[in-house]
Design a protein. Structure first.
Length: 86
C-alpha cells in the first residue's frame, strides 16, 4: 500500500471539511497521513452443509410461502367462538 505523510501543515491549508472536523485553532500545525484503503474482501456465496436447509424447496404446495404462513397464523375461531371453517 502507498502512504503519503505530510508534516507541519497549518490547519488553514487543509480543505474546509477537514478543518471543520478538527475544530482547532487556525495556527495549529498538523500531520496529514493518507493511506490507500485495501479493497473489502469478496463476499462468499452462502453455502450450508446442514441437511435440513432447503428440505422443502421442491414442495409445489408451498410455492406461495407468504400465503401458507398467513394461513398458519390465522385464528382457528371467529370472534363469536365458532370454528373458522374455510
Amino acid at each position: 500500500m502507498n502512504t503519503v505523510v505530510i508534516e507541519h501543515v497549518p490547519v488553514t491549508d487543509l480543505p474546509e471539511q477537514w478543518c471543520a472536523r478538527l475544530a482547532t485553532a487556525a495556527a495549529t500545525l498538523v500531520t496529514v497521513r493518507i493511506e490507500e484503503e485495501a479493497p473489502p474482501p469478496p463476499l462468499e456465496p452462502f453455502v450450508s452443509d446442514d441437511p435440513a436447509f432447503g428440505m422443502w424447496r421442491d414442495r409445489e404446495d408451498l410455492s406461495d410461502v407468504a400465503g401458507h404462513v398467513r394461513k398458519l397464523r390465522a385464528p382457528r375461531f371467529l370472534p363469536d367462538g365458532s370454528p373458522d371453517d374455510e
